[in-house]
Write a protein that binds this ligand. Structure first.
Ligand code: AMP
Length: 126
């Protein structure tokens, strides 16, 4: 099975400027913006600009420059939002993938959630 990317997904539209977003940080290869339906006082999504559906897709197909940029952007956002262990009390980083991961938008994103205690890692599935 190979990866397939749907360029009509919401985050592709955000990257093309077709729908608005509240940008936190933009770099050459990455964009960080606020989640429309925040589940914590800090809830930022970080996406690569390239057409990658999931973290495993990105990790296997992205260039070194994209991977470095993405990783550094995640670190910078944690710092800027005051949740890094350098500056704050921590955060949860989540990346949902596919049906079992309950991924809603099929463009790689990590959620940075923080500024409150995040509770247990995984709720028991019904
Ligand atoms: P996931 O379930 O990991 O695919 O998460 C997708 C996330 O995208 C959810 O937390 C949504 O609230 C968020 N979301 C959906 N549409 C938008 C949008 N237009 N701008 C910002 N966040 C969005």
């Amino acid at each position: 099975m190979s990866y397939s990317y749907d360029d009509q997904n919401i985050f592709a539209k955000i990257l093309r400027g077709e729908i608005p977003n509240t940008t936190v940080l933009e770099t050459e290869h990455s964009l960080a913006f606020r989640d429309l339906y925040p589940q914590a006082p800090t809830h930022v999504l970080i996406i690569p600009k390239g057409p990658y559906v999931s973290y495993d897709h990105f990790a296997s197909a992205a260039s070194d420059a994209e991977i470095i940029d993405y990783t550094r952007t995640i670190g910078k956002v944690c710092e800027m939002e005051g949740v890094s262990l350098n500056a704050g009390d921590g955060y949860r980083l989540i990346s949902n993938a596919g049906a079992h991961g309950v991924q809603e938008v099929p463009h790689l994103h990590v959620h940075i959630l923080g500024a409150r205690h995040m509770g247990r890692m995984v709720a028991k599935a019904e």
